[in-house]
Design a protein around this ligand. Sequence first.
Ligand SMILES: Cc1cc2nc3c(=O)[nH]c(=O)nc-3n(C[C@H](O)[C@H](O)[C@H](O)COP(=O)(O)OP(=O)(O)OC[C@H]3O[C@@H](n4cnc5c(N)ncnc54)[C@H](O)[C@@H]3O)c2cc1C
Length: 412
Amino acid sequence: MRIIGSRFSPEAHCLRDFANRNGIPYRWLDLETDEEAEFLLRQFNVPASATPIVMDSEGTWYSNPSLGDIGACMGMVSRMDEGEVHDLVVVGAGPAGLAAAVYAASEGLEVLAAESLAPGGQAGTSTLIDNYLGFPAGISGAELTRDALIQAQKFGARVTVPCTVRSLGIEGGERIATLTDGTRLRARCVLIATGVTYRKLDVPNFSDFENAGIYYVATEREAQLCRGEEVVVVGGGNSAGQAIVHLAKYARRVHVVIRKDDLGGNMSRYLVDRVEGLENVVVHRGCAVSGLEGARHLQAVRVRNGATGLQTLQTSSLFLFIGADAKTDWLRGCVELDRKGFVLTGPDLPPGIADTDHWRSIGRAPFLLETSLPGVFAAGDVRSASVKRCASAVGEGAMAVSFVHAHIARPA
Ligand SMILES: Cc1cc2nc3c(=O)[nH]c(=O)nc-3n(C[C@H](O)[C@H](O)[C@H](O)COP(=O)(O)OP(=O)(O)OC[C@H]3O[C@@H](n4cnc5c(N)ncnc54)[C@H](O)[C@@H]3O)c2cc1C
């Protein structure tokens, strides 16, 4: 497969990201520099305006294709049997979903995992996960994902990519997960493991610097990279506070950009005191990032303050702690969500849930990881009040499988 486009095109970036993360072999031909790109476009009569394109070995090309189109082009998309009733449909194949697939399949359940982008989820994008039990030297997200996927498939789980679930419901005692192409998957149980997306900055060239100077975590590894340098942290919550304290041990100076005039607005007092006691931390209050600069890698961050105007901070590392949103738009009206859109489970469900028709008909209260719909579970970052960590997601995914067994053993 060949991907032809401009290296400056976000759509081309998206296609390459999909291919990279799914281990699809391809050749990248850059319109800006590669003569072969122009030659091929002329040979196959492709107008430059149609790029980026994906071209298969036969020369059939797709203009700015959807991920589903590439999946089809690569033979990745398998036909779903709408007549089959799965023991477990897992929505999302990040650490929580993959763990559930491994445990469910290894314990004899028939399991299908639907993943919209690439197995591994957020963890798959991490260059080094260094707090995962059993890996003292850390493990890359790509490696962890690859091994987990092999393990799930070894036990017979099916992991389908790209495959997005757009709605969920119960019909006649079966759970129905409907895909974006309208296919209806029937299941005895469903696990929601769709994770979160970290919020990004609303600046024009943001995507140019993703994976090129922008970070969402500040572990030992990122901190070491910043040794002796100036770094910028955006956000004023506790996760920002912890990151600032950690980064300040290595960086020459830590610039903290907050919208409010006071650090204490969203940060615990003990962290505020620690941050304010650090000599190499400068807090830019009442500010917002208005632009990013750099060639291939981030080189500077523009910060705007209503009163004092624009300031440019020279840095190659920008840490964002501006929150994360649950990927649950597709679940509104299907299961109970908390105020921020995370899925409520077990004891966190509204009181009196056990008195509703669904629950009365099966004669029990929701299990710990069960949502407001019987037989529908949630695990990992998408679950309300969960610990947003790789190990916790894996643990919850594994734990959910024991509830799946219990639900299937005691049907309505
Ligand atoms: C860069 C980075 C580094 C990190 N480093 C660490 C670390 O060092 N240590 C640590 O403990 N944690 C780390 N984390 C956090 C950790 O990765 C997450 O806590 C963990 O991945 C959560 O797993 P999850 O399975 O709940 O969700 P996710 O990993 O978010 O996976 C959810 C999956 O669901 C898919 N999906 C979403 N909606 C749908 C849908 N409708 N249909 C089908 N599929 C869907 C998504 O494409 C995604 O693949 C890091 C996160 C990031 C972003």
